[in-house]
Design a protein around this ligand. Structure first.
Ligand code: ZN
Length: 472
């Protein structure tokens, strides 16, 4: 059947689960005997058991024609330098904000990879030179402006609330006057952001006959299942006196938590005399970018820092660690494993007047997961040393940067001619569950789950059929 088509795309996802995001597309135009290879995202696998996957691509990096990036999270960008190391020299398209943020993330990722490789006596995935060469290939595309990749393919980026600079990417593939193939990649998706307004998609996009490559991280949870508790836990602990440690991701979550604390100061829920410390080199650098101008995003608020917030560096950290005053410490990393967080845990985990409040996903094997699960009075191992846990440990998912199942269904239902939905970026059982929900609750004519076992052939009329990966 494929040979009769004048134009088609074979799509697969390299990631079976929620990290290592990379969608690989082979665009075929038999009429002119042309083939184009495209990658949408090129992320690092972060699960320990998937580490070996990081070293290989199931395609020849030199033969990729174009790379597009949805957003600056390392599970979507962290293998770009490896792609370049293996010979990729084409453009890497992203939004202006992503272009500004990515050098910081890749430099940090490179440092983490270097430390891990040294510790485990393994070869390093890539080095600083590869990062520099990757940054030189970044090319910015403004939201809403259509970028022509070649005579047959064009791309348009649209705002996405997941993260500063995040985009939904529309790829349009067309051979002469044939029907076009429209593919919309959600990347990680959120319908709102605490820092800027997320405009609706233009009508012309919603009317397209479209195939959507849809993330599904929270495909098993509805938005009304999230019960906010952060403010309440913080005010309660402040009233008792003690130390509050808030582990945060460097980008997005740091700035959101600072903004909430500022709002609490302004509303009188948080006494302005209680010192707020902010620790984490990368998080502080990102915060300076947030404080500049918001990249012209509508409604962007640059006035979010808590009053009298103190940036912590190596010189004053000791003072913070040894102070007995009531205080709030916002520190990286989000799951507690990296950055200065373990230093604060060592000092305060044995203190029953301390609250450690996690604000983001605690992956299996992280220090945060262990702290959350160990009962009070048990030993916890932090950086090789044992401590008895007496601190209160709380967790909230109210800050999540991903839309929930009901919100993703609403997103899909905006499209009036939904040809197909390919579900990616979720735990495998969640992807299946969410795919069933899409079948039941949208008009999508074809629904399939992407992983690295299949290519799906997409014609202008939607999915044609799955093909085994040996097709590569
Ligand atoms: Zn993300």
């Amino acid at each position: 059947m494929g040979t009769k088509l004048k134009c088609y795309v074979d799509v697969m996802a390299l990631h079976n689960e929620v990290t290592g995001s990379c969608n690989f597309l082979v665009v075929k135009i038999p009429a002119v005997n042309e083939t184009f290879r495209i990658a949408v995202d090129c992320g690092l696998f972060q699960e320990k058991e998937n580490d070996e996957l990081n070293h290989h691509f199931p395609f020849d990096a030199e033969k990729i024609d174009c790379v597009l990036v949805t957003h600056n999270h390392v599970d979507h960008t962290g293998r770009l330098p490896l792609l370049v190391k293996k010979g990729y020299r084409g453009q890497i398209l992203c939004t202006p904000a992503t272009k500004t943020l990515m050098p910081l993330a890749l430099a940090d990722s490179c440092k983490v990879l270097k430390d891990t490789a040294k510790r485990n006596n393994k070869r390093q995935l890539y080095g600083e030179v590869d990062v520099q060469e990757t940054i030189a290939l970044l090319e910015e595309v403004d939201y809403g402006k259509t970028k022509k990749i070649n005579s047959y393919i064009k791309a348009t980026f649209f705002p996405n609330g997941h993260l500063l600079g995040a985009a939904l990417i529309l790829l349009q593939i067309q051979y002469e006057n044939e029907e076009p193939i429209n593919l919309l990649f959600t990347g990680d998706y959120n319908n709102r952001n605490m820092f800027f307004d997320v405009p609706k998609l233009p009508d012309w996009v919603k009317k397209l006959p479209v195939t959507i490559i849809q993330e599904s991280t929270y495909g098993n949870m509805n938005s009304d299942e999230i019960v906010p508790c952060f403010k309440e836990n913080v005010t309660k602990k402040m009233a008792d006196g003690g130390t509050i440690i808030i582990p945060v991701f460097s980008l997005g979550r740091s700035q959101e938590v600072l903004k909430i604390l500022r709002d609490m100061q302004d509303s009188g829920e948080l006494d302005r005399s209680i010192p707020i410390y902010f620790d984490g080199k990368l998080a502080i650098k990102y915060t300076h970018i947030y404080l500049k101008d918001g990249f012209g995003l509508k409604g962007f608020s640059t006035d979010f820092l808590p009053h009298d917030v103190v940036y912590v560096d190596d010189d004053i950290r000791d003072k913070v660690l040894h102070s007995t005053e009531t205080k709030i410490i916002v520190t990286t990393s989000g799951a507690g494993t990296y950055g200065p967080a373990p230093l604060y845990f060592q000092k305060f985990v044995g203190d029953s007047k301390t609250l450690i409040h996690f604000t983001g996903f605690l992956f299996e094997g992280s220090l945060g997961r262990m702290l959350k699960e160990k009962p009070v009075g048990d030993f916890v191992k932090i950086s090789g040393m044992l401590f008895k846990k007496y601190a209160e440990v709380q967790y909230t998912s109210e800050f999540s940067a991903h839309a929930k199942a009901d919100e993703m269904i609403d997103f899909l239902n905006q499209f009036t001619d939904l040809k197909a939905v390919l579900v990616n970026h979720g735990e495998s059982d969640v992807k299946d569950l969410f795919a069933e929900k899409i079948v039941a609750e949208t008009q999508a004519k074809n629904v399939a789950v992407l992983d690295r076992s299949y290519f799906f052939r997409i014609s202008p009329w939607g999915i044609v059929r799955p093909l085994a990966t040996k097709f590569i």
